[in-house]
Every structure is written in structure tokens, then in C-alpha cells.
Design a protein around this ligand. Sequence first.
Ligand code: SAH
Length: 225
Amino acid sequence: MAWTCGGLTNKELISNLVKNKIIASKAVEEAMNKVDRANYVPNLTTAYMDEPQTIGHGATISAPHMHAYAAEHLLPYLRPGAKVLDVGSGSGYLAAVFLHLVSPAGTVVGIEHISELTEWSIENLKKDGLSEALHSKNMQIITGDGRRGYPAEGPYDAIHVGAAAPIVPDVLVEQLASPGRMFIPVGTHTQNILHVDKDAAGNVTKEVIMGVRYVPLTDLSYYKS
Ligand code: SAH
């Protein structure tokens, strides 16, 4: 179970996620092994625990099992060369995992509305060896309202939303490629992860995957108040 998945090292954490069948593919295992969670958390003593951690400004880095689920659920769309949008990119951790999955030639755009977190996540990504990707713009972290997406780089083969939206934002569905998949927590009191899939003909279907608890996808004022 998820809470038994922590480790003393990054390698041990990932290997426990594999043992517990939360990571199901070699591709996600390899990508998560390349991202050292210690580079994305303020509290190093619990860096390799399978639990969320506060990163300030009312935000949290999600638990590793949630990052693993997100990567596994989006995996069919994360081929090398693919374009990914990570809404509410927070610490930058999942953006880094996505970049390894779409490399070479893939691009990841993270969009985060708290500018301090944007700057901090860029430092985290640099510590984690991704300076070149930032320089070449294969990885971009933008400060902005993720509910509007980032049309300049779209359409996206995969969109991950890291905070719960009250409803699926139409603007994000518009920025999905055909085919493409969005992984998004939806709801206020009760929240569920939804797959929003767009097929090659542009038809959109939604499927409820699992119940979750995320911080809300909201206005900047919510966090600053
Ligand atoms: N995947 C990130 C999750 C961070 S928590 C990680 O594991 O590090 C969710 C993030 O969504 C927070 O950083 C929060 O600031 C951000 N967020 C909330 N509403 C937003 C919005 N409207 N636009 C952009 N980012 C938003």
C-alpha cells in the first residue's frame, strides 16, 4: 500500500513503488529514477517518504505514488517527441519526470501561478541536471493562470493538472491534441481523477478513475489571503 512505499534513498523509494505495483512500467520506473525527489522538497529528512510535503504558499508536492499514477495514466501519450502541459507545476518534480519520458525531442511546459514557486522550481530542475533542457526550452516553467492553459505551445499530447478544478476547463480540452489525454482532479468536496480523452477525430470522452484529495485550482487571491 502507498504508505509502505517510502525509502531511505530515491532508488529505494522507486523500487518500493514498483514492488507495490504503483509503478507498472519500465519507462516510468526509469524516468522516476532519474529525478531525485530531494531536489524538489524543502524538508530533506522526509524527501523519500511516500507522502506529500508542504512547499509553502499553500501548495504541496504530491506524494510519490500520485506522481507515479499520473505518469502511468498518461504514459500512452508520452512518446519521445511528445508535448506535455503540467498545470500547477509546483515543485517541478512531475515536469521533470515527464521530460525524461518524452526525451529526446519532447517538450514540457509547466504553468504555475505563484511566481515564487516558478522561480524555486526552476532552481530545483537545475539542481536535478536539467539546465540544458531549460536553456533549449525543451522544458519551460511559466508563471500564469493554468486554467487558461498555454496555447502558444499547444496542442498537447498530454495535459496533467496538479490541482482540483471545480469542472473540466473547456480551454484545456481545446488545447489537447487529437489524440491526447488530460489527467485532471475534478470536484470541490468530493474529488475524482478524470481522464479526458480526445480521439484522432476530435471526439472527447471522460472517465472517472479514482477518488483523490488535491489543493484547489483557483485564483491567486485564494493563496495570498
Ligand atoms: N505537481 C505539483 C503539485 C503542486 S500542488 C507538485 O507535485 O509539486 C498544486 C499547485 O497548483 C500549487 O503549486 C498551486 O500554486 C498551483 N495552482 C493552483 N491554482 C493554479 C492556477 N489557477 N494556475 C496555476 N497554478 C495553480
